[in-house]
Design a protein around this ligand. Structure first.
Ligand SMILES: Nc1ncnc2c1ncn2[C@@H]1O[C@H](COP(=O)(O)OP(=O)(O)O)[C@@H](O)[C@H]1O
Ligand SMILES: [Mg+2]
Length: 358
């Protein structure tokens, strides 16, 4: 039986493992952490980051490698990619880890982004703020997620504080985009260069964390988004699921960031689409045909942040699907999600209100 090795054992790995089972594909995770939501459903090898022996043994046991987070040390990625094919490639990872390279890549293909300036010192930051104006956002170039590692700068007094808060180092200053809303496009590409696009998803964030996704977001910008993503996928010779987050402002798409993996804004595809993003990713990295990405009605996905809602109450909502990741509840942490699927947007949004009461 083919075995897909997953770097990381969080909720994304857990849902990848669940999607692989019916295809007759096994998964096995490698984790550097002690909390591993994937361990309920698949084998997880836990080791230290520098334990070359265990890492090599893991790579030997699997047929192909993939990951659930782009935030892994590049040296480690290079070492393991020398042992088994890794999707996404190390080259793609290097770009996706770095907000600066990511934006430079978008710009190189004339994909619009916020204005940005790389900064390292407080002097450089002060100068960059003068150029971009208020408000602007200072972000760490590496290792940011869920709004972590970023601070809004509204006035001159904020500058030194923001710099101190992020601890200096490799930073990027971005102009604040006064967007109307945010969308994401999830796509998958296989070894033959075949691409499948999901319908646009509309996303709402709270404190930098994804809160709600709605799909399909039928929008005239779907095609423009697809052209952007197809260009990036071909350039990267990409294999697997890939996501681009966009701001929509004045009816144009402004690319914010990309993720070389399955994405939180695609969780609705588990029940709301012909092929879930997790199955699609497994198909792509195992060189199987890609599946249909047709939406089934309308879906509303609600992220459970901090703690899970009452299971009975959720299961009493028609069309609601409860997903716990079995994580220890903690403030600001994604511990699960609920998806409501139905035929019409009105029905689904009517029922979605009940989640807040659960
Ligand atoms: N330049 C910007 N202008 C306006 N809002 C932004 C900007 N950058 C980030 N945000 C807001 O913060 C959220 C998280 O930022 P993002 O760059 O996507 O980092 P993360 O890796 O944490 O998801 C975005 O989805 C958006 O709501
Ligand atoms: Mg984001």
């Amino acid at each position: 039986m083919m075995i897909v090795g997953i770097l990381g054992a969080g909720q994304l790995a857990r849902m990848l493992a669940l999607a692989a089972y019916p295809l007759g594909i096994k998964t096995r995770c490698l984790s550097f952490s002690d909390e591993n939501p994937a361990k309920d459903v698949t084998q997880v090898d836990v080791c230290e980051e520098h334990d070359s022996e265990k890492i090599t043994a893991f790579a030997k046991e699997v047929d192909v490698l993939t990951l659930e987070t782009e935030n892994i040390p590049l040296d480690f990625a290079k070492k393991i990619a020398a042992l088994k094919p890794l999707y996404p490639s190390v080259e793609t990872l290097a770009i996706a880890q770095d907000r600066l390279q990511e934006k430079q890549l978008f710009r190189s293909f004339n994909i619009q982004t916020a204005e940005f300036i790389a900064v390292e010192t407080l002097e450089e930051l002060t100068l960059a703020v003068k150029t971009l104006g208020f408000p602007c956002i200072l972000k760490t170039r590496f290792y940011g997620y869920d709004g972590k590692g970023q601070v809004i700068i509204n006035c001159a007094q904020d500058i030194a504080l923001a710099f101190k808060q992020l601890g200096g180092g490799a930073l990027i200053l971005e102009s604040f985009v006064p967007f109307e809303y945010e969308v994401s496009l999830i796509a998958a590409r296989n070894l033959h260069g075949q691409i499948a696009f999901y319908p646009l998803t509309r996303n709402e964030h709270q404190n930098g964390i994804l809160h709600i996704s709605q799909a399909p977001y039928k929008h005239p910008l779907q095609e423009t988004a697809q052209i952007c993503v197809a260009t990036l996928l071909a350039h990267l010779n990409y294999i697997g699921v890939f996501t681009v987050e966009f701001f929509v402002h004045n009816n144009t798409l402004i690319a914010n960031e990309c993720a070389p993996r399955v994405h939180n804004s695609g969780h609705w595809t588990i029940e709301g689409n012909d092929t879930s993003q997790f199955e699609q990713h497994i198909r792509a990295v195992c060189n199987l045909p890609l599946g249909s990405t047709k939406a089934r009605g309308f879906s509303f996905m609600y992220n459970c942040i901090g703690q899970m809602p009452d299971r009975e109450k959720i299961l009493n909502i028609p069309g609601a699907h409860y997903h716990t990741y079995n994580k220890t509840p903690r403030l600001g942490r994604k511990v699960g999600h609920v998806t409501i699927c139905g035929e019409s947007k009105t029905d689904v949004l009517g029922l979605a209100k009940l989640i807040n009461e659960a």
